[in-house]
Write a protein that binds this ligand. Sequence first.
Ligand code: HEM
Length: 315
Amino acid sequence: MLFLGQMEERKQNDSPALEQPSPEVQHPDAVSGSAPDVAATDKVFNAAPEPAPDALAAEATSAAAPAETPPPPVSATIRLDKKHPLAIRWMHWVNFPVLFTMIWSGLLIYWNDSDNAYHHPHAVYRVGLGPFTLFRFFPPWFWKAMDAPYHVTKGLGYHFFFMWIFAINGFLYVLYTVLSGEWRFVVPDKKSLKEAILVTLKDLHLSKYLPPQTKYNGAQKIAYTSVILMGAGSLITGLSIYKPTQAHWLTTLLGGYEMARWEHFLLTMGFCAFFVIHVTQVVLAGWNNFRSMVSGLEVKSVQEPSLEAERKSWG
Ligand code: HEM
């Protein structure tokens, strides 16, 4: 599946109990003998238990007994890395039901246009050329299943209330990522496009090479940044059709009232597509990845770079 990349490999660390301690694997910091850089926030699991005091005493008194071969030294193979800060987790999970409510209430409003499609000149939500309409979105059974008919005012009420939560939550998320420096993990850089292509080829089993990544791979960076920009786009197009008189300059800039409605609708379809792909990726990436968006911590191999060390390097 697309975008999964290294997330799939991390999935293998999901069951620490099954992992065999390997004498070859050393924590990078253990080589230099200094304290692990991740000690403050990362918990390192040592598979080698401390010898019991009784065992040491017995060893001292039986010096004459033939020496047994000591077991090889065992180092940590996995640790917990702090992946998602609390603020990001909160804002991510608040966004999910709020966006859901925005889409549901938006559809209640949109039914009105759909139902009257053949009775007034609005021809926004359709695919066609000039007067020829190939199809209009959503068949009657869809509206019936949603219990949408004649619930326009209910839709408007929910839409205009939850839009504030959507806007405030989105604004706080952007503010937090900018102030904390977390944006560095999310915003694509000049390597991201190439990286996204390589990750996609790997996920399609067309290549074995996986570029190194930090928190997110190039494809994830592009997808997450796009969805944040789409959120801003929904607010801007929404404002232009909510207050087309007061914000007439904005409505004009977006190509006029009908065009702004169409853009608003297309962005909503984009959210739905993002949601399907995003949740599929999360399911395929596995429990370790999902759990990190709940607890903030991810089980990682000691060989993988520490996100906490990277955060510290920002200064
Ligand atoms: C059932 C619904 C959802 C689930 C289970 C889910 C799960 C997750 C998980 C596990 C991650 C972390 C990915 C990783 O660490 O590699 C993530 C990140 C993210 N998700 Fe979702 N998500 C859901 C809905 C949404 C929705 C509706 C949106 C927005 C439209 C969204 C936008 C994002 C963004 C922007 C990130 C990156 C956040 C950051 O690190 O700053 N998610 N999601």
